[in-house]
Design a protein around this ligand. Structure first.
Ligand SMILES: CC(C)(COP(=O)(O)OP(=O)(O)OC[C@H]1O[C@@H](n2cnc3c(N)ncnc32)[C@H](O)[C@@H]1OP(=O)(O)O)[C@@H](O)C(=O)NCCC(=O)NCCS
Length: 177
């Protein structure tokens, strides 16, 4: 499926995106903030695309202006979020594109998709301690803080404090419906 916003196309990842993915995922300011390691090569990016990013409900964030992917956004299930009617929103974007409101723009469309197309009742979103940028994104979108917990970040082999927020279908309808 392909989704669209004013400046962006959200479409499935393809193996051919490996070079563009690596261009941004090689930067140490991106992956570790989101819980995954810095990519070491375009070949690694290709593997991650194939094994992770090509999963259901994960989309490449593509700039309409260039037609190239610059980040990723997706809805996931995990140990904490396993009910049929709930998923967790995750996202990242390449450093050259920070601060233009692109992830909030993509996330608003993902929330519409989550509640209207997929029929979810709850979308969770979390950020690790110190990730003020992601905290801001969640505040701007209207997520409501729920709890803080220590979790094991398996891909990085470390414990982190995780701040968890929620948007319910009712919240979404009130703000965006
Ligand atoms: C968090 C992230 C997705 C934000 O995406 P974005 O499209 O830049 O979002 P915004 O443009 O709304 O900026 C969010 C905040 O980042 C900060 N910011 C913006 N540009 C910045 C820059 N160049 N350098 C540092 N901080 C910046 C601002 O505080 C901004 O909030 P504001 O709108 O109140 O000024 C992006 O920074 C990122 O990919 N970070 C690394 C991966 C990550 O943390 N993913 C989330 C895991 S929970």
């Amino acid at each position: 499926m392909t989704l669209e916003t004013e400046r962006l196309i959200l479409r499935p990842w393809e193996e051919e995106d490996a070079e563009e993915c690596y261009r941004y995922a090689r930067d140490p300011r991106v992956g570790p903030a989101a819980g995954w390691p810095v990519h070491q090569s375009a070949e690694e990016s290709r593997r991650v695309i194939r094994d992770v990013l090509m999963g259901p409900e994960i989309y490449a964030i593509v700039l309409k202006e260039t037609g190239k992917p610059v980040g990723s956004i997706g809805l996931h299930r995990n140990d904490q979020v396993s009910g049929d009617d709930e998923m967790e929103l995750g996202y990242w974007i390449g450093v050259p594109y920070w601060g233009q409101g692109l992830v909030p723009e993509a996330a608003r469309e993902m929330l519409r998709h989550a509640f209207l197309d997929l029929g979810l009742n709850r979308v969770w979103c979390a950020y690790f301690d110190g990730n003020e940028k992601s905290k801001r994104v969640q505040e701007k979108l209207g997520f409501r803080y729920q709890r803080t917990e220590n979790i094991s970040v398996q891909q990085l082999g470390e414990m982190r404090r995780d701040h968890v927020s929620l948007m319910t279908r009712e919240d979404w309808e009130r703000m965006y419906g």
